[in-house]
Design a binder for this molecule. Sequence first.
Ligand code: TXA
Ligand code: MG
Length: 367
Amino acid sequence: MQWPKVKGTILFSPRNGQQEEKALLHAARLLKEGELLAFPTETVYGLGADALDPVAVSRIFRAKGRPADNPLIVHIAGIEQASELVRELPPEAALLARYFWPGPLTMVLPKSERVPDICTAGLSSVALRVPSHPLALRLIRAAKVPIAAPSANISGSPSPTTAAHVLADLAGRIAAVLDGGACSVGLESTVVSLLSSPPAILRPGWVTQEMLEKILKCSILDLSTVDNKDDKQGPALSPGMKYRHYAPKAPLILVEGEGDDQRSQLLALTEGFVMQGRKLGLILSQESKAFFSAPVVEILGSRNDPATVARRLFNALRRMDYQGVEVIVVEGFEEKELGKAVMNRLRKAAVKIIGSESKGGVLWTKS
Ligand code: TXA
Ligand code: MG
């Protein structure tokens, strides 16, 4: 079967079961040959390589422009595949796997010799995840190897939630993309470290602290807000946390808070930029839609529906770039449960954050 190519990158876009089978066989073959393949997961698209092949893994860092000290998540098809990759599997890991795998939870565990150092950026731990997207699972089984995969974007830009996003960043740099439609979660997995007791959240995601605590019946640390950008304070807990991330090209200003206070801050900024004649992009909740206008507006969803807000966030950030806005103003959301993951991504994307009145109502510029 002839698949279309974009700048030399094959686009597998199967339309029926038979085509899926062919695409998966071809995709698995590319992985085994040491090539890079972007594939869908329920969170975001991953940029995959054979995790046990250090040369293939080194190509991921080159294609993304990813710093070598930022380790990769290794994707497996089930917990049985974990045994060769970890030194030990603590009972908490088995319990969490029973509830959340396949799904958007990544566990950091002590690594075995089998995992190449380049995959874990020299750390003695490895991050493992069983994705739930059916094509991802079938791909890992067909390849018969664990797949190392960061998000399939150029380092620093918003994570891709469609095959088109992947091609926009990586066409010509990778062998192929497997199109599995738009991702249903839309934000990267929760990363939890089981190296410490109690376990610690390193990156918030769809699986919330509350969900983890309920299953483990103990309190979990949330280290995702610990600012460890400063290398002088010792090695980063999760090296990915120290980099600016998810950022569109135009500067992004995040307005936190809620109610009238937040709305008047948004209004002042919007009017200011429009008066200056700057091409402004606004990213808002459904509830705020009627109150503002700007050359480009993206509505994420209702403030009461964080799952929809999460699913649409990265697409909205990318649309700002595609429409060439000069500055972006984003309404902040309530920081509870899944809202924590949304706000974590927005804060990392922002160059300025306007705090809520309760936090002093100040404008601060991130260093
Ligand atoms: O949903 C996801 O997790 C997606 C899909 C493709 O699975 N992947 C993803 O990968 O978001 P990436 O590379 O963009 O983010 C992985 C995060 C980084 O913050 C990295 O520092 C952290 O996981 N990480 C990986 N291995 C680690 C380890 N051994 N210890 C601590 N943090 C680790
Ligand atoms: Mg990423």
